[in-house]
Structure formats: C-alpha cells, structure tokens
Design a protein around this ligand. Structure first.
Ligand code: FAD
Length: 354
C-alpha cells in the first residue's frame, strides 16, 4: 500500500479529497489519511459573520467525507520531517507518508507592530473567531471597536458588525487613500459610501504603530478602543514557515510547476501556504487542488505528468452586511444587491456540493 497524507482539511485539501475519492483512476493500493485539529471542514470565508454574531457556529461547519479508503485523524500537527517522510503530531505517534499534501492555511501577520499579537482579536481560525464573537457581542452599549486592516476580511467584518450591533462605534483603519483602492474606483467609492451611510468611521492613510490593552496608536495618535480586531495581514502556517525549503517574499513555499517541492516530488503544498501568482484565496486553493489531484493520479498510474494550464480565477465577491455587496467578474465591477446574492449562492452551492 502507498500512503497519501493530507495535512489540513481546508478548501484545498477538501477539493483534493473530492477529486481522488470520486476518481475511477484511484489505484487500489492507495490509502489516504486526512489530519486536522478540528473535527469538521470549516468555512473560513464566513468567519467574519461568525465573529460578528450574525450566523451560528453550525453554519460554518461541513462534515468531512466518509469513504473506505479515507482515514481521518484529529490532532495538532507540530512539524514535518521531509527527510524521514513523517508528520509529527502533538501527544500522538508520528505519521509516515509516501506522498504528502500540505494545506495548513495561514495565520495573522502582525508586521512587528508591538502589542498586536497580544492585544488584538483574530478571525483566522475557528477557535479565535469564536473568541472574537464572544468579546464583540459581550461589549457594553456604545463601546468602540477598532478593525485594523481594510482588505476583504476587514471590510466584511466591519459591515457585518455594524448590522449586528448598531450601538457600537466602529473604526476601520485603512492604509490606503481610499478603501479597496486596488479595485475599480466605482467599487471602492460604493464601499466607502456604504460605510459613511452606515456610520462606520473609515480612517484612510492610517498606520497602526502600536497596540496596548484598550488602545492603539494610529501614527502617533492614541485611539481608545474597547476591542481591536486584526485583519491587516496573513502569513503561512508556522509549520510551513519552519520548513527548511525555499520561500517567496510572503513566506509561501516555492514549488515546481506540478506544485511539489522542487527537491521532493512527493511533497505538495496547496492553498495559502503555496507560492502562486495570485493573492491567497479559497478559490485559488481549489483550482490548485484540481491540478494536484491530476498530478497525483498520473504519478500513481505511471502516466506522463499532465501539462499545467495557467490557473484562472473567476472573480471576488464581498459582502456589506446581509443586503449589499461588491465584487468583480472578469473586468466588470459589481456593486449592490446582485454581488451579495451571488455570494450567498456560491456559498450555498459550495456547502451542498463539497
Ligand atoms: C474573513 C475571511 C473572508 C474570506 N473570504 C474569502 C472569499 O470571499 N473568497 C475566497 O476565495 N477566499 C476568502 N478568504 C480566504 C480563504 O478563506 C483562504 O484563502 C482559504 O481558506 C485557504 O484555504 P487552505 O486550504 O489553504 O486553508 P484553510 O481553508 O485555512 O484550511 C487549513 C486547515 O488546516 C487546519 N490546520 C491548520 N494548522 C493546523 C495544525 N497545526 N494542525 C492540524 N490542523 C491544522 C485547519 O484547522 C484548517 O482546517 C477569506 C478569509 C477570511 C479570513
């Protein structure tokens, strides 16, 4: 038997599992093991709503697949020994592999801002999102919340929290001149106006230099906050950062065109941990996973490796609360109710087809 071990049951590895377990080309001698610390697949793209308190915990969970060829192991991965071909687990025996797909996702990146790791809340793991939910929803009336970072997740969190807690003062700290400045002007104007109309204070050209208990510093100005959520940067999982392999400037693992380590054709990296020509996203993890599945099947069946086409992404959909949103499809910017409905539809389809 050959053993494929999948680290992390996120968007990338869920797609690998789906493709392999449903494939008639999966050789009889391949056994799969999925390892995750959480006993279900978590819909990370919805953590902003979990933290804001507008959806239940149950809404962001999907059960892992059951299949005679799949063994599921729950535990904390603490390291990977690529020389010995084994995965190290906390308080459990090591797990040996013949092939490995690392899909451990990402963590917050604090850019060396003093106090940020200690005094801010996070929406990067389900555990942390639940804690953030508790803190935000237990805040006294008219409390002040700072959201640091106005990328997709910061914008979604600030708008969802606005609808969840109309009494709160919400300050969204944005580094740019204009919110979502990388997008078309029409889109960023729409989002900025939504915040103005809904009483969220967007602080453009901000630079959070220090965080303390109960306050942050924007440049040198002290801003009192009852809670601060960090959405200002991500980096690959520590397990991947600790691997002694080549990384790009964002700490993501540099891979061959077939998505494995250049020095080891048995170790693949999928999703947020992989160096790819796009910003990390669930969509990217899934598209890359499609290719990894094809490569694995070709290798096991001793077929020539497939040519890897350029990964094409369909676009981005973001929410502004439950009724409005924004997005891009090809070069078209979408604003208002349509992208919000599309986003809900995409989630619905994902949950029922995964
Ligand atoms: C609020 C928010 C909104 C987002 N919205 C979008 C969106 O609209 N569209 C989009 O495409 N992307 C979006 N993203 C990004 C997207 O969620 C990630 O890019 C995607 O989850 C990456 O998939 P992955 O497979 O690499 O890892 P993940 O989906 O993060 O999965 C990693 C898995 O590894 C497990 N794990 C991690 N470390 C360990 C360990 N040490 N031991 C055991 N298990 C471990 C975790 O439990 C998890 O199951 C959003 C992200 C956030 C935070």
């Amino acid at each position: 038997m050959k053993h494929l071990v999948l680290l992390g049951g996120g968007y990338g590895n869920m797609r690998v599992l789906k493709r392999l377990l449903n494939s008639s080309d999966l050789p009889e001698n391949i056994q799969l093991t999925l390892i995750d610390r959480v006993p279900y697949h978590c819909l990370k793209t919805e953590y902003y709503a979990l933290a804001a308190g507008t959806i239940s915990d149950h809404h962001v969970r999907v059960t892992f697949p059951e299949h005679p060829r799949l063994n599921i192991k729950y535990g904390e991965v603490t390291g990977i020994d690529v020389n010995e071909k084994k995965v190290l687990l906390k308080d459990q025996d090591d797990v040996s592999y013949d092939d490995l797909v690392i899909g451990l996702g990402c963590e917050d990146k604090y850019h060396n801002v003093p106090g940020a790791d200690q005094f801010t809340l996070s929406i990067q793991t389900i555990d942390k999102s639940r804690h953030t939910y508790q803190v935000l929803n237990n805040l006294h009336a008219n409390a002040v919340v700072g959201v640091v970072g106005a990328g997709l997740s910061g914008v979604e969190l600030a708008s969802e929290l606005r609808e969840s807690r109309p009494d709160l003062t919400i300050k969204l700290f944005d580094r740019g001149d204009m919110i979502l400045s990388a997008y078309k002007k029409r889109l960023s104007n729409y989002v900025q106006n939504w915040f103005v109309e809904h009483g969220v204070e967007v602080i453009n050209n901000s630079n959070v230099t220090k965080v303390e208990k109960g306050s942050l510093y924007n440049h040198d100005e002290k801003v009192e906050c009852d809670a601060i959520v960090w959405t200002a940067g991500i980096q690959p999982s520590r397990i991947v950062r600790d691997l002694d392999v080549e990384k790009d400037s964002q700490g993501r693992v540099v891979l061959s065109e077939h998505h494995h380590l250049p020095s080891d054709e048995h170790v693949y990296v999928v999703g947020d941990c992989a160096s790819l020509p796009y910003a990390p996203s669930a969509q990217l993890a899934e598209e890359q996973a499609e290719q990894i599945s094809q490569v694995l099947l070709a290798q096991w069946n001793k077929q020539p490796l497939p040519e890897m086409n350029e990964i094409k992404l369909k676009g981005v959909m973001g929410s502004l609360g439950k009724k409005s949103g924004f997005g891009t499809m090809g070069s078209t910017a979408l604003i208002g109710r349509v992208p919000r409905l599309l986003k809900s539809g995409i989630l619905w389809l994902y949950k029922y087809q995964v």
